[in-house]
Write a protein of this length. Structure first.
Length: 85
């Protein structure tokens, strides 16, 4: 299973929903809180091609996008293969 990085911030319902789905899939998640981790928002924005909203989700080196993008992959049947690598 590929490692998953999720950039989050407190009180973000979309972050919570994304992490819940990924945990249900058995993913190993590195959660990075952009509000409390110095430089994390800048790193996230650079990795996410300028996107500044949370969550920003990466499976391995693949930028998935936000919560809606993650759920769209799930509905299309593409999330499990991506997580498996």
């Amino acid at each position: 299973m590929q490692p998953v990085t999720v950039y989050t911030q407190p009180l973000c319902g979309f972050c919570t929903a994304a992490i819940r789905l990924l945990r249900d899939k058995g993913a190993q998640i590195e959660e990075i809180d952009v509000a409390s981790t110095p430089g994390a928002r800048a790193d996230m924005t650079q990795r996410a091609n300028g996107r500044r909203t949370t969550p920003q989700i990466f499976v391995g080196d693949t930028h998935v996008g936000g919560c809606d993008d993650l759920y769209a992959l799930e509905r299309a049947g593409k999330l499990d293969p991506l997580l498996r690598g």
